[in-house]
Design a protein around this ligand. Structure first.
Ligand SMILES: *Cc1c(COP(=O)(O)O)cnc(C)c1O
Length: 348
């Protein structure tokens, strides 16, 4: 069965918009095809008066070189947010189809599904916040979701899901399995990139927002098989990523060594922070993390959240998420920032 059979009919039969930069891809001396201004009025290290590359080709070449994601399989989105929204718009008929989530997990899946009028079914992760494979399989049978999201390392719990678990779920699932590796750079677990090559129904998501320090530039990445790739290209806004963001992404990817050193620093600091938090009388449990944050069970999440806020330290209160009573999600900062957090916690 082709993955096209899983897509919305109107997307499969879409006659896509083709912009000027799609129609002529070579290089020329005089461009009079896109109604752009012939000159720029601001100082900018690039042709900001021209429309940007709709394919983000240079960024994708760098992604292949630096992250090993094959050029032909990648799509660059305006953050992972755009990728998630595209998947709903490509695969899910509003008012009819559903998606399956393993909770607690990233809140955006549910909100974007609801915006698209797509039903959300959520089943709980087990007590170690890992997928219960048998429960996931029976939920797939029961709900027939168009998309199943697996976030690894998972937000807000921080733990990674073993690749073998994802493989067995994805091969059972006859619809699309989306693996969100937003925090993959921090994880010891193997990437699911290899799964995309063996299973055309697997979509991998990465982002430059976390480890790569570019949250402000909005650069999300999908790796997928060719029919999904074509659909994403046809459905996304033609010029979805601005030139400044493409240039900043190139700069960050050219600087991979510093980023890797930064990731090492964060991992070391995460372990230090976890050890010190465990000593605090207000902390009940620090969950194991493969990401750049810690899920921390405290004696009273609301009170501690507000107390820290008064002292100028903002963490995320996740106590209303499934199986996260009295849990705060704390991003690993610099040593100095984390010391501020620890001092504020002791003063409470
Ligand atoms: C932060 C995060 C993202 C990244 O979103 P962007 O739109 O790329 O900034 C994606 N997925 C999860 C689970 C996240 O926590």
């Amino acid at each position: 069965m082709s993955v096209k059979n899983l897509m919305r009919e109107n997307i499969v039969s879409l006659d896509p918009y083709r912009c000027a930069r799609d129609e002529f891809e070579g290089s020329a001396e005089v461009y009079l095809d896109a109604n752009e201004s012939w000159r720029k009025y601001i100082d900018f290290p690039g042709e900001i008066n021209r429309y940007p590359d709709p394919r983000s080709s240079a960024v994708r070449k760098a992604l292949e070189e630096v992250l090993g994601l094959p050029y032909d399989s990648t799509i660059v989105g305006n953050g992972s947010d755009e990728i998630i929204d595209l998947l709903f718009r490509i695969f899910c008929n509003p008012g009819k189809d559903s998606v399956l989530l393993l909770g607690p997990t990233y809140g955006a899946y549910k909100v974007f599904a609801s915006i698209n009028d797509i039903k959300v079914n959520m089943i709980p992760l087990d007590e170690d916040f890992l997928p219960d494979v048998e429960a996931v399989k029976s939920a797939i049978d029961r709900f027939s979701p168009k998309l199943l999201f697996i976030c690894t390392p998972n937000n807000p719990t921080g733990n990674a899901v073993p690749l073998e678990t994802i493989r067995s779920i994805a091969s059972y699932n006859s619809a699309i399995t989306v693996v969100d590796e937003a925090y993959g750079d921090f994880s010891r677990e193997q990437s699911a990139a290899s799964l995309v090559l063996e299973n055309e129904r697997v979509v991998l998501m990465r982002t430059l927002s976390k480890a790569w320090g570019l949250a402000g530039a909005r650069v999300g990445i999908a790796m997928c098989s060719s029919e999904i790739h074509d659909a994403m290209y046809n459905v996304k806004y033609p010029y979805n990523l601005g030139l400044p963001s493409q240039l900043e992404a190139l700069k960050a990817l050219a600087n991979a060594e510093s980023v890797r050193a930064g990731v090492e620093y964060t991992i070391k600091e995460r372990e230090r922070l976890a050890r010190l938090l465990e000593r605090s009388s207000k902390v009940v449990k620090v969950y194991p993390s493969d990401a750049n944050f810690l899920l921390v069970k405290v004696v009273d999440a609301n009170e501690i959240y507000l107390g820290l806020q008064k002292k100028g330290v903002i963490v995320r209160n996740r106590s209303r998420e499934l199986n996260c009573e009295n849990c705060l999600r704390i991003t690993v900062g610099s040593v100095e920032e984390d010391d501020r957090l620890l001092a504020a916690l002791e003063e409470l």
